[in-house]
Design a protein around this ligand. Sequence first.
Ligand code: NI
Length: 199
Amino acid sequence: MPNKSTSSEIIMTVRETQAAEPQITQAPVRTIHKIVKYGDPVLEKPGATIKRFDAELEQLAEDMFATMYASQGVGLAAPQIGKSIRLTVVDVTTGKNPEAKIVMVNPEIIHAEGEVREEEGCLSIPGFRGYVVRPQFVTVRAQNAKGETFEIRGENLLARAFCHELDHLNGVLFLQHLSILKRDLIRRKIKKLRKQGEW
Ligand code: NI
């Protein structure tokens, strides 16, 4: 899920970050993955359950955070980088608070309540947004990158991000929650962009 920044804001943020950061850093080098766009079949197929919890999985999760931050997103699911597995990362602070980083492996929604209708977008469907009704409160049970089970409750944007990212793990995109009219309009526009080589 992207946040609501415009592209001009994104450029400014990147420049500020580059200027503020010291040149010498201990942080490991992160791989920024290419984000798969709508039309790739990997986005519409359910991800496989993860059974191996190792350093590779932890690294992949950290690379997904880096990839998500580079696109100013608040959530990213493994199928969006072409990996059909049940792993997703969420950070509604877009990297401002390290404590807000959430890694969810094999997650499931165990409780949901309330309804909020809000505009939503997706890093795999750049440039398009639509209103989607999601629960106001959601409780997710998941494993972390070490395989430990935990439960987490989210409200409003966090609840929305959980639902959006868990949908990705089931091959579901936010387009499927829109009216048929709105969905077809977006699909037609994307088809046109693809013909022009801009998608
Ligand atoms: Ni998405």
